[in-house]
Ligand binder design. Structure first.
Ligand code: TXA
Ligand code: MG
Length: 342
């Protein structure tokens, strides 16, 4: 390995083996070298943290699946420095220019027909590949430095809650992921919108995110389909990444409708509300926001779920935002329903 990364805060306790590093220029050079040599590095993005390896290095990408405990049938997203890099790995559809102009860098992933250079492992044997240009300045700088694409799924054990800060990654992967770049808390807080452009039919949203179906339809001046988040059991296997149970705490999670009274809860059960209320003095009541803003709720959701999950409650009751057309509402409803699925 090339040299050592530079700490600018005290090294972690003896025995800890996942280190969080500040994104200094010297450290980014070091991490680029780790990646070039087939290593893994956890990276910040505006949505959630990712567990990155060189996308065209099949052996390195295999390690991602192993570390995450992710089934090989679930393909990875490839992260690029800018839209001009798409053509090296995928067929470029007519709509790319408009979408890239409107939404990149940002939380939109496109499913495109892949080129041969992309290892089959990364796409789980599919003829399509997922690509996005993240907006986080640290990862953007790393991608520019590398001048190579990075495959990165969310940096959480398969099925668990995604990480929205460097500490979440360290908690899950102590001993398995030695390098975590600290890019601060994620600005969006839920994973990117995934838009399938590979078919001849309408563009279809496979996973809702902050970028809404309406805003994409407006940019493309055509209809956009949205896959229903109410999946039947048999459907899970046919659509990668749309597992019914996902993003889940270990504690049993139940949902109640926005604005309704939370159920009568016992002292060994927790309640998560969308907005702070006066009942906040009870120690088992938590809230996602001070003001009910769904963008703030999305930023807080995974951190709060992780915190409450560790407190040993028998059950968590969480308020489910009412349906609204904006992307973040659809995304929050989708994640909460999956997190609560049995
Ligand atoms: O915001 C995000 O997208 C984050 C950050 C790190 O970029 N990444 C992320 O990756 O959420 P992951 O692996 O946790 O979720 C990616 C989803 C998976 O559900 C996968 O099945 C789906 O994208 N996917 C990847 N390639 C696909 C393909 N060719 N066709 C359909 N779905 C695909
Ligand atoms: Mg994930």
């Amino acid at each position: 390995m090339p040299g050592n990364p530079h700490f600018d805060k005290a090294p972690p306790d003896k025995g800890a083996s996942s280190f969080i590093y500040p994104p200094t220029a010297a450290n980014l050079e070091f991490f680029a070298q780790v990646l070039r040599q087939g290593g893994l590095v956890a990276i910040p993005t505006e949505t959630v943290y990712g567990l990155a390896a060189l996308a065209l290095d099949q052996a390195a990408c295999r390690t991602i699946f192993q570390v995450k405990g992710r089934p090989l049938v679930d393909p990875l997203i490839i992260h690029l420095a800018d839209a001009s890099k798409v053509q090296a790995i995928a067929e470029v559809p007519d709509s790319l220019e408009k979408l890239a102009e409107a939404f990149w860098p940002g939380p939109l992933t496109l499913i495109l027909n892949k080129k041969q250079i992309v290892p089959g492992l990364v796409t789980a044997g599919r003829p399509t590949v997922a690509v996005r240009v993240p907006s986080h300045p640290v990862t953007h700088a790393l991608l520019q430095l590398l001048d190579q694409p990075l495959a990165a799924p969310s940096a959480n054990p398969f099925g668990y809650i995604s990480p929205t800060c460097a500490e979440h990654v360290a908690e899950s992967f102590a001993g398995l992921v030695p390098y975590i770049i600290d890019g601060g808390p994620c600005e969006v807080g839920v994973e990117s919108t995934i838009l399938d452009l590979s078919g001849k039919e309408y563009p279809t949203i496979l996973r809702p995110g902050a970028i809404s179906a309406d805003s994409i339809a407006h940019v493309l001046a055509r209809q956009v389909h949205q896959k229903d988040s109410h999946l039947g059991k048999g459907e899970a296997a046919t659509a990668p990444g749309t597992y019914i149970r996902h993003y889940s705490p270990q504690t049993r999670l139940c949902l109640f409708k926005e604005g309704q009274q939370p159920p009568q809860v016992q002292s060994d059960e927790a309640v998560i509300l969308l907005t702070r209320t006066d009942s906040g003095s009870r120690k088992n009541i938590f809230w996602l926001t001070e003001d009910g803003s769904l963008n703030s709720a999305a930023r807080t959701l995974y951190t709060l779920l992780r915190q409450v999950d560790k407190l040993g409650y028998r059950r968590i009751h969480c308020e489910l935002p009412a349906p609204r057309p904006d992307g973040i509402a659809v995304a929050l409803r989708d994640r909460l329903k999956r997190a609560a699925a049995k």
